[in-house]
Ligand binder design. Structure first.
Ligand SMILES: [Mg+2]
Length: 393
């Protein structure tokens, strides 16, 4: 495969004199890299403890409701996967070394990886501790192609951090993300602009971001199994069966994804929640709230911004979610006060005889200024990973 990725932008501009930036026909050609560390938490553990190398390693807390945070490739051979219940992983691979996650260490490594990215571009959008999008349309080192930039980043991660990363290079984010997964682990895959159509045609529809199991089955009943099948449907048909997502899918199937790489993604909430091993009454959640308040408080201290709203979240035994929020004139000044503020919202929870709860959470939101890089993204961002994964009971 030719590894000279994407013609120079200035050349592309010269080819179409008179075109403006709002030209809808020929949008500016971008060079996006998606970098994804390989089995990140498990790899850090194996790197730091040589006795773990070559062995199946599973990063997970002990506990019935705990899930796998990361599995080394040796463990994956046994079918162990991220987000699978830890007890299942133990059944599949009883000889694996199980380790509790050490997020402060992973975060430090993640920052070192980010420092390497920043040598090449300032347009970095971290998705979690181990993944990021980079816009290298203009890169800081003068490397002629995005492929060379991705190669240099992978080499620097290997040489300086003794870890491997996979990278995908493409003209947009969604293709770059698919590409980084294509040659995993320790791989590089490039989708050049003229290859997009061919690449997408036979791609199983489940590989498209946003197409989960349910959508996949729904589409299969309509005879849609590959991206090529989507291409043969009209926009109206797709919107009729999938609503707003139908429009997005229509564009993605044609390789269109104008979403920009957004540095400093804004965190909307710092929160933590616990799922209890057994469902418990409201008053019994206080102890858990205290622990969670301590964690949220700590995370908020590392944050330059000030929250103005406190959120209490409960989930009943019947899976009904209740949230209450409080925006006091004076915010708590300690984790104990934060816990008390959360407990003070109990009287706004409808009192039902014998009601039991399976989950409690506490959060801070409504931040005063919105400029802060998501250093805590994986640990505290709402959508990144379920909090119980990070703060188990
Ligand atoms: Mg990864």
């Amino acid at each position: 495969m030719a590894y000279d990725f994407i013609e120079n932008n200035s050349k592309a501009a010269e080819l179409r004199p008179g075109s403006t930036s709002s030209d809808p026909v020929e949008p500016r050609l971008r060079k996006i890299v998606h970098v994804d560390m390989d089995a990140f938490y498990a790899s850090v553990e194996q790197r730091d403890d040589p006795t773990l190398r070559g062995k199946p390693v599973v990063v997970a807390w002990k506990g019935l409701r705990s899930v796998v945070c990361a599995a080394s490739y040796e463990a994956r051979k046994f079918g162990v996967r991220s987000a699978m219940p830890a007890v299942r992983a133990e059944r599949l691979c009883p000889q694996a070394v199980f380790l509790p996650p050490d997020f402060s260490r992973y975060k430090a490594v993640s920052l070192a990886v980010r420092e390497i990215f920043s040598r090449h571009t300032d347009l970095i959008e971290p998705l979690s501790l181990d993944e990021a999008y980079l816009d290298v349309t203009e890169n800081k080192t003068g490397l002629p192609t995005a492929t060379r930039v991705a190669g240099a980043i992978r080499q620097q991660i290997r040489n300086e951090l003794n870890l491997t990363a996979s990278a995908g290079v493409a003209p947009n984010k969604f293709l770059a993300k698919i590409a980084s997964d294509w040659r995993k682990p320790d791989g590089l895959f490039v989708i050049q602009p003229h290859e997009v159509e061919f690449f997408l045609r036979d791609l199983p529809i489940g590989r498209i971001p946003g197409v989960g199991k349910v959508t996949e089955e729904h589409l299969a009943t309509a005879g849609i199994r590959t991206v090529g099948d989507v291409q043969s449907k009209s926009l109206e048909d797709l919107e009729a069966s999938l609503g707003r997502y139908g429009h997005r899918l229509f564009e993605l199937s044609r390789g269109i994804d104008p979403s920009p790489v957004v540095p400093n993604r804004v965190r909307k909430q710092i929160s933590a929640e616990d799922t209890f091993p057994d469902d418990i009454p409201l008053q019994a959640t206080v102890e858990a709230l205290r622990r969670l308040a301590e964690k949220v408080w700590k995370a908020s201290r590392a944050n330059a911004r000030c929250a103005r709203t406190i959120v209490l979240k409960l989930k009943t035994k019947e899976f009904q979610t209740l949230t209450r929020s409080l925006t006091p004139t004076a915010m708590p000044t300690s984790d104990e006060e934060l816990a008390l503020a959360a407990v003070s919202m109990f009287d706004r929870i409808p009192l039902r005889e014998g009601q039991l709860y399976r989950l409690v959470g506490i959060g801070l939101s409504n931040f005063q200024n919105d400029e802060e890089p998501p250093l805590f993204s994986a640990a505290t961002e709402n959508e990144a990973i379920p909090e119980q994964l990070l703060y188990p009971a």
